[in-house]
Design a protein around this ligand. Structure first.
Ligand code: SF4
Length: 440
């Protein structure tokens, strides 16, 4: 979006009909693939002359296969994405020549370039992302958010979990330069944004590709010094990065949010092994104990895959018991879906849909129960919430440990951190009243 804006294009509102439509595709699950294809097929319904550009991970993986979707004009891989404006303008240029030639048939025969003017042929530019060595620097992002900005600090992954296509779609670990990240966070702080979320495919690997010894914890210590920013939140974190030393240094940084998303995927060592995950449940338990030791009221969330090939009833029960023991605040449950090109698709004993549904349901119920129990602890206590948005006079926002709280207020409290007292709890929703009139 920013690239187009910089080149002088206008970004359309959702109800406007654009001339160029960019679909940022995802390939994290089979469902994501299907949604990406549906989105690409649908967009020309309102304007058949629209230029449709497919970018993102599904475009990277599917590549030339997307030629069969005739609604797409241009397919760009993850390496090419940063030059999107150039690709679109070259395409438009050719298209204009084509239209001119069609209207002036004699010119077409003179130029003898029929192959360039074939209607409905889309253009696919997808390089081998595995060869990419550097982080794609898009420049400093212009943020439209007022309360929370998401900053990408890293791309790619070297882990090759047996079910995952991400290393093929995003390539190997590439870290963004610390100077650019610090520059961007400084810019954000000057806009008055109070919270930054650091994201990437595998942020625990931040700095592994640098020559100098500068890791995630070093970056966090530097970001913590930037005035104005009040909260630094980490995106999904590989549990193996959390050592006593890491947690100790992290806990000294007052802006770090006491909420960590640790991807577990399974609570059974045999399943983890088949998944090619790099830890055991004993190591994972130790990580949660370390975080609970160093961070008061820490909120731990996770991702779990159910129905991974070969997951017996016994293996699932081990996962269930482990999850009960760790008591995550929230668990994102994914039903395993085979991804062509991964090791897991070839594993024996694929699990049927009904079993996956039942296992998923059981874990969702556990997750909801944990969330309600955890939220109950806050009833009647004073907590601080950064309010983000309003709907029908009700503002919602998050605590530092990412508990969502609603508050009725006629005043505009967007981007304000306010002390509130949770009074009601309905399912997973907390409704609070103001603790005092002082915003912090
Ligand atoms: S750590 Fe595993 S699941 Fe996560 S992106 Fe890398 S390969 Fe995929």
């Amino acid at each position: 979006m920013q690239k187009f804006e910089e080149a002088g294009y206008k970004i359309c509102k959702i109800d406007e009909i654009p001339d160029i439509y960019v679909v940022n595709t995802c390939t994290v699950t089979n469902i994501a693939d299907r949604k990406s294809r549906q989105a690409l097929r649908k967009v020309k319904e309102k304007n058949k002359d629209l230029i449709v550009v497919a970018v993102g991970c599904y475009a990277q993986i599917a590549g030339e296969k997307l030629q069969e979707i005739e609604e797409i004009d241009i397919v760009l891989g993850n390496k090419e994405k940063k030059d999107i404006v150039k690709y679109v303008e070259n395409y438009l240029d050719k298209k204009n020549k084509q239209n001119f030639a069609i209207n002036n048939k004699q010119n077409l025969s003179m130029q003898n370039k029929e192959e360039e003017y074939t209607e409905n042929s889309n253009e696919v530019y997808v390089a081998n992302i595995a060869k990419q060595k550097d982080f794609d620097e898009y420049g400093l992002v212009t943020y439209t958010e007022k309360t929370r900005a998401t900053i990408k600090i890293q791309d790619g992954c070297n882990n090759f979990c047996s079910y995952c296509l991400i290393p093929y779609a995003r390539g190997r670990v590439r870290s963004r330069s610390k100077d650019r990240i610090i520059q961007e966070v400084t810019k954000i702080s000057k806009k008055g944004i109070k919270e930054v979320v650091l994201t990437g495919i595998h942020i625990a690997s931040y700095g592994k590709d640098f020559e100098e010894d500068y890791k995630l914890i070093d970056l966090l210590e530097d970001l913590n010094k930037i005035d104005g920013i009040q909260r630094i939140r980490l995106g999904s974190l590989e549990p193996t990065i959390v050592t006593e030393e890491f947690a100790k240094r992290l806990s000294k940084l007052e802006k770090i949010c006491n909420q960590f998303h640790l991807s577990l995927q399974s609570g059974c060592n045999e399943t983890l092994k088949r998944m090619n995950r790099k830890y055991t449940i004993e190591e994972f338990r130790n990580v949660t104990q370390i975080l609970r030791k160093y961070f008061k009221d820490v909120n731990l969330t996770t991702d779990i895959i159910v129905g991974f090939p070969g997951e017996t009833e016994e293996e699932f029960n081990k996962t269930y018991e482990f999850l009960k023991e760790i008591s995550f605040y929230k668990m994102h449950i994914f039903k395993y879906s085979p991804r062509e090109g991964t090791v897991a698709t070839k594993l024996p004993n694929q699990i049927n849909g009904k079993t996956k549904d039942e296992r998923s349901q059981k874990l969702i119920e556990l997750s909801n129960k944990n969330q309600t129990e955890y939220n109950k602890k806050y009833l009647g206590k004073i907590i601080e919430v950064l309010f983000e948005e309003e709907k029908d006079g009700i503002w919602s926002g998050y605590t530092k440990n990412y508990i969502k709280v609603n508050l009725k207020s006629d005043a505009n409290i967007e981007n304000k951190i306010i002390k509130v007292i949770p009074k009601e709890l309905e399912e997973q929703e907390i409704t609070a009243v103001c603790a005092n009139d002082t915003s912090i």
